[in-house]
Write a protein that binds this ligand. Structure first.
Ligand SMILES: Nc1nc2c(ncn2[C@@H]2O[C@H](COP(=O)(O)OP(=O)(O)OP(=O)(O)O)[C@@H](O)[C@H]2O)c(=O)[nH]1
Ligand SMILES: [Zn+2]
Length: 403
């Protein structure tokens, strides 16, 4: 059974079992639900009420990800020691010996640093985070007032999508914190090699997935490469994620205003999202079978119901195939859509199988034709198929309904 969960200002849609949510919305169970596929054939959406808590005091969380040794910890240390007027709590997640993982939680404040060590038994942040890591954040939230930003470093091999989803779907947490952005650090010297690594059929290259999900990428260790090598890495990153901002640096030294407070998942920045989407181009994959970005613009106004069916067919049912007959897999989805009966622009955000439609403060200009602008990042994507389906399933269907 599919379940619709309402959180924050918008609605997050997730394909899962009702049982999981009513049983207390356990992250690990929700994760299982994510990979669970065809057992649940009942297509109805069951809304579950959760408290709509819109707090102005929500604390931003930035996820820092990147392949092994890329420079994540260096970035965190840099941020902690740099001058800024934020009190930042940092959650590190590092592999120790064997399967045990030690997790340190440090809060840096003016002149004061306190740290807690937590041990995670099963060695995976995304699976155990609800029980351990999120506990740490929940405990941390009790110290609310002592910090105003959270940075979370994932292990090099973690799937940031799973970690991001957790912040997104956990209503309890969602009232206290919000996901500000996903920052992916890339090793200038080994990045390309990591991205080219062939994975067994059906498995995604983790380094590529981390770039697909990123709102910001930092190509680090530029001291170790020449301009040509840097250029081809830059091009490959761009071919995967046509939307992402790319910074280049050494020792992870970056302008913090480019890293923090990105508002990548909320509509606080809707004007800039709309502008940004205009400049995104469909990319050509650089690597065989790799992730790429596809974008299109279709004029018109659509109904939310019909749009939901299109998105769910794509994200959940994997019903769209490319010309080679391979199912499309979307990892990241962003868009501005024009919904019937809404004067405001509506933002579409998706991470793997989760997505959200949220009304933005931005009002459509009466004098201009309304357009739906969508950006998809994933595997086996084909622009004309996605666009044709959008026109026939969403726009034309809507027109038929009205006439
Ligand atoms: N040459 C060079 N080395 C760097 C640079 N930035 C970081 N390093 C080194 O790269 C190594 C790995 O950096 P970390 O910050 O620990 O990388 P990480 O991504 O946190 O690594 P894991 O947590 O193990 O995945 C360290 O020895 C750093 O000193 C750089 O710009 N140039
Ligand atoms: Zn590290």
């Amino acid at each position: 059974m599919n379940v619709c969960v309402t959180i924050r200002q918008g609605s997050v849609f997730k394909k899962t079992q009702e049982l999981y949510w009513t049983a207390g919305c356990h992250w690990k169970q929700a994760m299982d639900g994510m990979i669970m596929d065809d057992e649940d054939d009942c297509p109805e959406l069951v809304p579950i009420e959760t408290k709509q808590h819109i707090s102005t005091e929500q604390i931003p969380v930035t996820i820092i990800t990147g392949y092994l040794g890329a420079g994540k910890t260096t970035l965190l240390n840099y941020i902690l020691t740099e001058q800024h007027n934020k009190r930042i709590a940092v959650i590190l997640n590092e592999f120790g010996e064997g399967s045990a993982v030690e997790k340190s939680l440090a809060v840096s404040q003016a002149g004061e640093l306190y740290e807690e060590w937590l041990e995670l038994r099963n060695g995976c942040l995304c699976c155990s985070v609800k029980d351990n890591g999120l506990k740490a954040i929940e405990n941390l939230m009790e110290k609310k007032g002592k910090f105003d930003y959270i940075l979370l470093e994932t292990t090099g091999l973690a799937d940031p999508g799973a970690v991001a989803s957790m912040f997104w779907v956990d209503a309890e947490l969602g009232s206290e914190i919000y996901l500000d952005g996903i920052v992916t650090v890339i090793d200038a010297k080994y990045g390309l090699q990591q991205l080219t690594e062939q994975k067994p059929e059906g498995l995604v290259n983790e380094a590529a997935r981390q770039i697909a999900l990123a709102d910001l990428t930092i190509i680090n260790k530029t001291d170790l490469v020449n301009e040509e090598e840097l250029g081809s890495l830059r091009e490959t990153v761009r071919s995967i994620n046509g939307l992402v901002k790319i910074l280049e640096t050494q020792k992870s030294r970056v302008d913090l205003s480019q890293v923090l407070d990105l508002h990548s998942f909320d509509s606080k920045d809707s004007t800039s999202l709309q502008e940004k989407l205009q400049f995104v181009k469909t990319t050509r994959p650089h690597l065989d079978k790799s992730i790429l970005t596809v974008t299109f613009e279709v004029p018109g106004t659509v109904s939310e119901d019909v749009l939901n069916i299109y998105i769910q067919n794509l994200l959940w049912e994997k019903a769209f195939k490319n010309k080679a007959g391979l199912a499309m897999h979307v990892i990241r989805l962003k868009g501005i859509v024009s919904l019937r009966d809404k004067d405001h622009q509506v933002m579409l955000q998706g991470v793997q199988e989760l997505y959200e439609l949220e009304e933005t403060p931005q009002v459509w200009d009466e004098a201009e034709p309304r357009v739906n602008r969508l950006v998809f990042i994933g595997r086996n994507l084909e622009q004309d198929v996605l666009q044709d389906q959008f026109i026939s399933q969403v726009v034309n269907e809507e027109a038929r309904r009205l006439h």
